[in-house]
Design a protein around this ligand. Structure first.
Ligand SMILES: NC(=O)c1ccc[n+]([C@@H]2O[C@H](COP(=O)([O-])OP(=O)(O)OC[C@H]3O[C@@H](n4cnc5c(N)ncnc54)[C@H](O)[C@@H]3O)[C@@H](O)[C@H]2O)c1
Length: 366
């Protein structure tokens, strides 16, 4: 595929369902991109979507789209069960790929996608849009520079509400097509933000619970995750919580950082609260930047395209794609063995690298 400095990169979407509008809107706002083609298993759906967004080309299948060519990047927006095969087909055809979360059904599939990107010398970006925005970038810099002292204890909660109809969608609620329950499908956003801020994990102890919904998987999970440097985090994911909230809290030696939001955050959702006796001039250096940008698909897509068009590396908001998937996998692995999982034991857990399918403690009323 040709990429020239003068022409915008040509984008295509596979999957024109619920999340596709966020990608089309982000691409429309990106001067480095032009959305030129879409395809979906449901051709009528694809046609209506293309009409709505003025997209010139609708292909009958991904195979046809790749065969016809003329595309630089494919956005994979289908259910997670087909992400790996579609992303690998696109990478092997010489396209870069932007893939919605969860990137795959398993770490083995994610490895295969990363291998395909390496052998084609193409880039694979995964959508974790909660990493984006000026506040998390600032907080990450503060944490990494040591300005807030050592991080000690953290909480990471995804308390969302998904009614029974949500689990009745054909690809949801099944190990074979969704890959995992809300820990993978919902909690991964906050788990990813936590890990993006704190770095590499060192241990996971997790449990999976089915409390109410009709699903093969969990509807709630609880876990304790430790990170390098000695941070201990409590991680709770629920699909049963009527007052919905997404939150990350990190207590360091000098301050408490919190972000409380639902599906996206801006400066108003972040707080840095000093410990007693922290000098005013020290606190002054923690202030969020004056120019504000909230989290979302727009900044992520903009920064990915700008990097690709300039030939530079992908932004940190789009790389390190395996870390949160590993933590999620370790929760399922630990729930199965009842043991604390470490990066070494997870590497050796071939069954969970292949599939997250795990026993769930069923506490539903008969
Ligand atoms: N980043 C986020 O905040 C966010 C939010 C919602 C969904 N997602 C992710 O986006 C992905 C899609 O979710 P959704 O809610 O849009 O799903 P959806 O069911 O609304 O849409 C999926 C679309 O893919 C099409 N499709 C299914 N199989 C296909 C195939 N083999 N080839 C071509 N098209 C196929 C369907 O016809 C449908 O139009 C999932 O991985 C989901 O987790 C991410």
């Amino acid at each position: 595929m040709t990429e020239t400095a003068s022409a915008p990169l040509r984008a295509a979407l596979v999957g024109t369902g619920a999340i596709a509008d966020a990608h089309a809107a982000a691409l429309a706002a990106t001067p480095d991109a032009e959305l030129v083609a879409v395809t979906d298993r449901d051709p009528e759906h694809a046609r209506r979507f293309a009409d709505r967004w003025n997209i010139p080309r609708v292909d009958d299948s991904l195979a046809e789209l790749l065969e016809r060519g003329g595309i630089d990047l494919l956005h994979v927006l289908t259910p997670p069960g087909v992400h790996a095969e579609q992303a690998i087909a696109a990478l092997d055809a010489g396209l870069h790929v932007v893939c919605e979360k969860p990137a795959a059904l398993s770490l083995d599939e994610l490895d295969a996608m990363t291998d395909a990107a390496a052998r084609s010398d193409r880039r694979l970006a995964v959508v974790f849009q909660q990493r984006t925005g000026t506040a998390p970038a600032h907080v990450r810099d503060l944490l990494h520079s040591g300005a807030l002292g050592r991080p000690l204890v953290a909480m990471c909660n995804t308390l969302w509400y998904r009614d029974p109809a949500y689990f009745a969608v054909p690809w949801r609620g099944k190990w074979a097509t969704e890959g995992g329950g809300p820990t993978l499908g919902l909690g991964i956003h906050q788990i990813d933000l936590l890990a993006w801020l704190l770095g590499d994990w060192t241990s996971v102890q997790g449990q999976l619970w089915r409390l109410d919904r009709e699903t093969q998987m969990e509807d709630v999970s609880t876990a304790v995750v430790t990170f390098e440097g000695g941070v201990v985090a409590s991680v709770v994911t629920s699909a049963l919580s009527p007052r919905q909230t997404s939150s990350v809290r990190i207590d360091t030696e000098l301050a408490t950082i919190t972000v409380d939001h639902l599906y996206g955050h801006a400066h108003e959702h972040w707080r840095i609260t000093p410990a007693p006796d922290v000098a005013a001039e020290v606190q002054a250096a923690w202030e969020l930047p004056e120019v504000e940008e909230g989290s979302g698909h727009d900044p992520l897509v903009r920064d990915i395209y700008a990097a690709l068009r300039s030939g530079g590396p992908l932004p940190s908001t789009a790389t390190e794609i395996a870390r949160s998937f590993e933590i999620v996998t370790a929760i399922y692995s630990s729930a199965t063995s009842g043991q604390v999982v470490t990066p070494e034991t997870l590497r050796a857990d071939a069954a969970h690298r292949r599939s997250l399918e795990s026993p769930v403690v069923d506490l539903r009323r008969a």
